[in-house]
Structure formats: structure tokens, C-alpha cells
Write a protein that binds this ligand. Structure first.
Ligand SMILES: C[S@@+](CC[C@H](N)C(=O)[O-])C[C@H]1O[C@@H](n2cnc3c(N)ncnc32)[C@H](O)[C@@H]1O
Length: 298
């Protein structure tokens, strides 16, 4: 394909695709490169595509690329076309079965990882759970950067569980991570977990039900609403998590979770007055907004 065609496609993608602010790595250039590599049979994320040389395409692959570009222009998320997304520097599987991991969730991932690495220094084989795990992106990060933690993950949606299982195998962590299916902490309602968990993480759905259908079409029409809908005020799952977590955490264990914009301050205040927890820490984005909270079991 000649340079002029490539530039025309980059121009079309730039003009016709509304790039979303929560996926800053997606530009017209990274999108075309990721689709090109997908058409060539070696799919990669937008970030990986910027680091990967582009192979020559044959005629069939060129037709595949044209169809992929059109689908992207029609609003299909890039990660659904490539089936890849990078999270915390790790190339992972993605797809319509679960939320596409977002950049802002790296705030939660980094805070949990730091805590987990500290716990591993003083304790053998800490027990870690990630609920609402979606594609399994958070437990994969924990497995990649720790050596001894015993890691469990769960999601209510069977399709998300299946994607998470494929993802832990894809990233080489099938032996470190066990994926369960069930409602919030229900899969862990056993003596193996009750009062024994060192660290519990969660990126829950936290958008209010009324706002879910009004989200960008690319999100509302392609990503599962279960991943976003946090009930009438957006905090139904978060409230359940805060109520149910103490039963599973050991004294001194941590609960860490992501919050929506504007939810952090009020939740931090409420948690500061909650006797189940001894300590509250907040983690902010570049604009200073709280995007994750961590609380220590009393
Ligand atoms: C915001 S997504 C987070 C996905 C992933 N952890 C991430 O950070 O990208 C929320 C996830 O919670 C799951 N979920 C919703 N309600 C749930 C419930 N009651 N119990 C367990 N999982 C639930 C959804 O299926 C979805 O995968």
C-alpha cells in the first residue's frame, strides 16, 4: 500500500472517529497501525502498534484492513477489532464480553500493587481477591509483579469470567490466578476465605443507572451495561462491598477500590467514621480528583 493511501486513511479516521478521552492512547495513527497489524494476522493494542513495524499486506489482508477501518469508523471500539488492550504495560486480551480496561484503573492497580509488594516482604503467600474482575486485568497485574501471592478473581457475568480465564492463560498466569463466577463476594463464602484475606480489590460499576444509557454510543452500544450500572445513585455495589468486605478481611487487611468522579470525598468521609476500618487512604488522578480509595480493616 502506498504512503498516500495510508495518509488518506489516517485523515478519514481522524475526521470520522470520535476518539474517547478515557482511551488517550488511541489516535488516528495508532488506530490504523493496530488495525493494519490485526489484518496481517498479528493483532496488537494501540500502544503496542506504535512500537511494532508494519509488514507488507497482500491483497486479501488489504481487504480485511479496509473492512476493519470501516467498522472503526462505524463506532466499533478498537479493542473489539484487535481483541487486545494494554494495561499497566501488559498486552492483554479484550473483547465485547467485558469492559475494555481503562487508563484510570491503573491508579487502583498501582496502589494495590504497592501494598501487595509491601505485604509480601513481611508475610508468606498473601491471599488476594479481585471482585468485579471483568477481563481479569487487575489480577493479571498482581500476578505479573508478585511472586508468592495466592490470587483469586470473580465476576457475576459468565462471559466476563470466560474472557478472564482466557486472559490469564494468554498472559501466562493460569497457575497463579483462579477465576470464579458469582455475585460480589459470594464465591468466597467459605472458611478458606472468611477472615483470611490480606487484600481485596474491586473496580465496580459506579455510574448511576440514569446516566448509563446516555453514555457515548461507542460505549453504550458495544460494552456490557453490567460493567457500568451502579444502581440509582451509582454506589449500590460500592456500598455492598464496604459492608461485606470486613467479614473476609483479616485484621489489618486492606480493601481498595476505584470510585467515579465526584464520589471519592464523600465515601472517604463516610469510611473515616466506619468502625470496621482503621485507616483511609485516597489516590488521585493528574487533575487531583480521587479515583481510588484504600481502607485498612481495624
Ligand atoms: C467497571 S467493570 C470492571 C472490570 C475490570 N475489573 C476493570 O477494571 O477493567 C465492572 C465489572 O463488575 C461486574 N459486576 C457487576 N455487578 C457485579 C456483581 N454484583 N458481582 C460481581 N461482579 C459484578 C461486571 O460484569 C463488570 O465486569
Amino acid at each position: 500500500m502506498n504512503e498516500a493511501t495510508t495518509e488518506t486513511w489516517i485523515d478519514r479516521l481522524g475526521e470520522e472517529v470520535r476518539f474517547l478521552s478515557d482511551k488517550p492512547e488511541e489516535t488516528a495513527e495508532s488506530t490504523l497501525r493496530a488495525l493494519w497489524l490485526t489484518a496481517s494476522g498479528t493483532p496488537v493494542s494501540a500502544e503496542a502498534a506504535m512500537e511494532t513495524p508494519l509488514p507488507e499486506l497482500d491483497e486479501d489482508q488489504h481487504r480485511i484492513l479496509e473492512a476493519l477501518v470501516q467498522k472503526r469508523i462505524d463506532g466499533v471500539p478498537l479493542a473489539h477489532l484487535t481483541e487486545r488492550q494494554r494495561f499497566m504495560g501488559i498486552e492483554m486480551l479484550a473483547g465485547p464480553d467485558a469492559l475494555i480496561p481503562r487508563r484510570e484503573t491503573e491508579i487502583l492497580a498501582a496502589c494495590v500493587l504497592e501494598g501487595l509488594q509491601q505485604i509480601e516482604k513481611t508475610q508468606d503467600a498473601p491471599l488476594v481477591i479481585d471482585v468485579c474482575t471483568g477481563a481479569g486485568n487487575l489480577p493479571i497485574v498482581y500476578a505479573q509483579h508478585t511472586t508468592q501471592s495466592r490470587i483469586h478473581a470473580a465476576d457475576l457475568c459468565p462471559r466476563a469470567v470466560s474472557l478472564a480465564q482466557r486472559n490469564v492463560a494468554f498472559t501466562g498466569h493460569a497457575e497463579r490466578i483462579t477465576v470464579h463466577e458469582g455475585d460480589l463476594l459470594a464465591p468466597f463464602d467459605s472458611p478458606d476465605f472468611i477472615g483470611r484475606v490480606d487484600l481485596l480489590s474491586c473496580n465496580p460499576p459506579y455510574i448511576s443507572s440514569g446516566k448509563v444509557s446516555a453514555m457515548e454510543a461507542e460505549i453504550a452500544e458495544h460494552e456490557p451495561s453490567l460493567a457500568f450500572d451502579g444502581g440509582p445513585f451509582g454506589i449500590s455495589i460500592l456500598q455492598r462491598l464496604i459492608q461485606e468486605a470486613p467479614r473476609y478481611l483479616k485484621p489489618g487487611g486492606w480493601l481498595a477500590f476505584e470510585v467515579g468522579l465526584g464520589q471519592g470525598e464523600i465515601l472517604a468521609r463516610r469510611l473515616a467514621g466506619n468502625r470496621d476500618f482503621a485507616k483511609v487512604e485516597s489516590f488521585t488522578d493528574d487533575q487531583g480528583a480521587i479515583r481510588a480509595l484504600a481502607v485498612q480493616r481495624a
